[in-house]
Design a binder for this molecule. Structure first.
Ligand code: COS
Length: 385
């Protein structure tokens, strides 16, 4: 499938590429070491329109399509994967959930601040005992007077500490299974919201991942997102878009690995010639480039189906599954081609190898993507009576 990009899509890709390579890349290793949240970069990205990419202009967004967004996100991930995951959750899940399910008042109140980068979004679905099976979550929300009161805890929340607003799911009717889960807009600083342990992670170290604890956390009644009982569907449908985002991040990091490998192997000489002369490495390079191209097309295909308003859950899962597994292979090969240098922190491939490891885990593991894909092919498995 030939993928012809419009002038506008190419322009957005170039804008993101220039920013990622000139601003993000030179400081990414330092951020990885210091674990400093990329607040300043995110502010600059909002000025370029990257923090409200698919949000209509009336709310301060740039209202571009998902293809443009995926292209931009890949470029940002090329420069700094920690920054990219913040951009991804903010755009694909939080802004998207508000645009699709928010009331006019909620959109007017939150989106302009989110697109301006003043309020970064986080998404809290996972719990300590409910990861792949979010319908088993235990956090509860109860309407008391004109407030919702939330109790429970959430786990592995990207940007949980630095977000201005967190979309939180919680059980509002325990007798209804997934149809008893609702979604809420929880402002940072809401009374009873406690930022718990921050994870010390293998990669994406400049993006905070925290536990959130809700102890009689009170938010206004008007902060229910969508209708009561819609929380699971809101989460699942926004995760479809989120999975396109993870595919895009995978393509970006894999492309960075390939570029590093191309550069290193052409300058590294052994046996009297650049190691890029050896067919063993040349063919590996060819395979890496081919896999990246395949992942890129799967990602753009899912994005364009979404843009066309067609069903795209299966294609988003395919893109996420293939791209996130592809980048593991590509990053591993890039290290191999660097020899011992690839194992050292002076070389970017060492960071890429760590950063990409979570891609097969978050926003649905590879195993979950296979469930989504096979359920689309076969329907759900039969349950013995
Ligand atoms: N879009 C909209 N609605 C969806 C949907 C989607 N992509 N996928 C499922 N739903 C709806 C279904 O239509 C169904 O609704 P009704 O009962 O009203 O018809 C409901 O959600 C439940 O669907 P299903 O029975 O398929 O849900 P399961 O509990 O079996 O879960 C999986 C399906 C495993 C695919 C889902 O739980 C999942 O994606 N898990 C991984 C979660 C995840 O990615 N976690 C990471 C968190 S972010 S780091």
């Amino acid at each position: 499938m030939a993928f012809v990009l419009s002038e506008e899509q190419l322009m957005i890709q170039t804008l993101a590429r220039d920013f990622a390579r000139e601003v993000l890349l030179p400081t990414a290793a330092q951020r990885d070491r210091s674990r400093e949240f990329p607040r300043d970069n995110l502010r600059q990205m909002s000025e370029l329109g990257f923090m409200g990419m698919m949000v209509p202009s009336e709310y301060g967004g740039v209202g571009v399509d998902t293809v443009s967004y995926a292209l931009a996100l890949s470029e940002i991930a090329y420069g700094c994967a920690s920054t990219a995951v913040v951009m991804s959750v903010h755009n694909s899940i939080c802004c998207e959930a508000l645009v699709r399910f928010g009331s006019d008042g909620q959109k007017a109140s939150w989106l302009p601040r989110m697109t301006a980068g003043e309020c970064i979004g986080a998404f809290a679905l996972t719990e300590p005992s409910a990861g792949s099976d979010p319908s088993a979550q235990r956090s509860k929300a109860e309407l008391r007077g004109d407030e919702w009161v939330l109790n429970g805890s959430k786990q592995f929340i990207t940007t949980g500490r630095n977000a201005g607003m967190i979309i939180v799911t919680a059980v509002t009717d325990s007798g209804k299974g997934h149809r008893g889960i609702s979604a809420f807009l929880v402002p940072q600083g809401a009374p009873g919201l406690i930022i718990g342990k921050e994870e010390d992670k293998l990669g994406l170290r400049a993006s905070d991942t925290v536990q959130l604890i809700f102890e009689d956390c009170r938010i206004p009644a008007g902060n229910l997102l969508g209708k009561e009982g819609m929380g699971f569907k809101i989460a699942m449908s926004c995760l479809d878009g989120g999975r396109i985002g993870i595919a895009a991040q995978s393509v970006g990091v894999a492309t960075a690995c390939l570029d590093e490998a191309l550069e290193f192997t052409q300058s590294r000489e052994q046996f009297g010639r650049p190691v890029s002369d050896f067919q063993g490495l040349r063919w590996k390079m060819a395979d890496m480039a081919t896999e990246i191209e395949a992942a890129r097309l799967l990602c753009l295909n899912a994005a364009s189906l979404k843009d066309l308003g067609q069903r795209y859950s299966m294609q988003a899962s395919m893109a996420k599954l293939f791209a996130s597994e592809m980048v593991q292979r590509v990053a591993g090969q890039a290290i191999q081609m660097h020899g011992g240098y690839g194992f050292c922190t002076e070389y970017n491939v060492e960071r890429h190898y760590r950063d990409c490891r979570v891609f097969t885990l978050y926003e649905g593991t590879s195993e979950i993507q296979r469930i989504v894909i096979s359920n689309n092919l076969l329907g759900p498995p039969t349950v013995p009576k």
